[in-house]
Write a protein that binds this ligand. Structure first.
Ligand SMILES: Cc1ncc(COP(=O)(O)O)c(C=O)c1O
Length: 359
């Protein structure tokens, strides 16, 4: 059927979810295609969901999510007026883009980066200005600064960057902040910051205290392992939060999600131990691949990137045969999530196999 709609929507591919674990006979298979946390939820978090939330699902949740907002505000050293919740950080990013940009406006961000950015930007009717990454997958800061003009309404920085897992250094982040006019916002999307072991990186909350135009997006989906419940948040100047709330999806963050996020904050020590073990697994995989002769940029999130170029699809088929679903960007490369140790062992084996096939 032909129907009247905005032409800009035809320019974007829909968001593609990471593939489920493939079925391979006689073998355990793993989904390592969505940067999820391989650990099951902690018992106290499951209990909080059961006890605090399920009793009143006939009622709407607290739309502002005050209890959680206040907790996140004190955790980040800001006021509750500086925090807004969203249905995952995807929603807070969407709120921000809808707030600042529309037809005729531009949003500058590195590319390749999070696949949702072009979709969210086009959804607002604004134009994406994608700045190609450097050969090592890191943000091209000169390119980003060079792309700024009077139509720029937002700059997005992704630290660590999905899918290349590169870290953004303090000095480079500051160069962007110095170049962007103080009335144009800069979003630091830090979905994976808990995994970032780069000594030279600056968590955006430090910069937030120095610059008036920073928005920081965090999520409970990755380090906190609540991807299925959909809860994220932004820290921003109070008037930006007011604007974001106006365009937010009403009641987007369920009571269940709010309760689970609170319960997760209660056990953040235990969750940090899990994060450390994922980082340990990442280091183990990276060391193994280096000894096989792979050369790739140091990863700083819970995933790493193999730039396989033209042979990407060929390599992807080998991962699938081995029982692993990975994230495939045809013609560019493969993003591999650090999963259960058993899954990581298979990754190491597959990479060895690829090396023997001349990759
Ligand atoms: C860079 C980045 N930002 C934001 C998100 C959104 O995560 P969520 O909506 O689950 O908080 C993701 C998810 O994969 C991501 O990779």
């Amino acid at each position: 059927m032909t129907y009247q709609h905005r032409a800009i929507i035809d320019t974007i591919p829909g968001y593609k979810q990471g593939k489920p674990a493939p079925e391979v006979q006689g073998q355990r298979s793993f989904k390592i295609s969505s940067n999820e946390n391989p650990f099951e939820p902690l018992p106290s978090v499951v209990e909080a969901i059961r006890q605090q939330a399920l009793d009143h699902i006939n009622r709407y949740p607290d739309m502002r999510g005050w209890d959680l907002v206040e907790r996140l505000a004190s955790l980040n050293g800001v006021g509750p007026e500086n925090v807004v919740l969203g249905c995952g950080s995807c929603e807070v990013i969407t709120q921000l883009v809808s707030l600042v940009a529309g037809p005729g406006d531009e949003i500058v961000y590195p590319w390749r980066s999070f696949e949702a950015y072009p979709i969210i930007v086009a959804g607002a009717g604004a134009a994406s200005v994608q700045v190609p990454n450097r050969p090592d997958g890191s943000h091209d800061i000169d390119g980003i600064i060079g792309a700024l003009n009077e139509r720029t309404r937002l700059v997005i920085l992704n630290n660590p960057n999905n899918p290349t897992s590169t870290s953004l250094g303090d000095e480079e982040a500051r160069r962007v902040m110095e170049a962007v006019p103080s009335d144009v916002l800069v979003l630091f999307d830090e979905a994976y910051f808990q995994f970032n072991t780069d000594a030279g990186t600056n968590v955006a909350m430090n910069l937030f205290r120095e610059y008036p135009n920073i928005v920081v997006a965090h999520t409970f989906s990755k380090a906190y392992g609540l991807a299925g419940l959909r809860v994220g948040y932004a820290v921003a100047p109070a008037d930006v939060i007011d604007g974001m709330r106006k365009v937010s999806l009403p009641f987007a963050v369920s009571d269940v999600a709010q309760s689970a996020a609170q319960a997760s904050l209660d056990v953040s020590g235990e969750l940090e131990v899990r994060v450390k073990s994922i980082i340990g697994e990442r280091d183990r995989v990276v060391a193994a691949l280096h000894s096989q002769g792979w050369d790739f940029a140091e990863p700083y999130a819970n995933f790493f990137w193999l730039a396989l170029g033209e042979r990407t699809d060929e390599a992807a088929a080998i991962f699938t045969q081995a029982g692993l679903s990975v994230r495939v960007f045809s013609g560019e490369g493969i993003r591999i999530t650090i999963g259960e140790p058993e899954a990581n062992d298979i990754v190491i084996d597959v990479c060895q196999q690829l090396k023997t096939q001349g990759f």
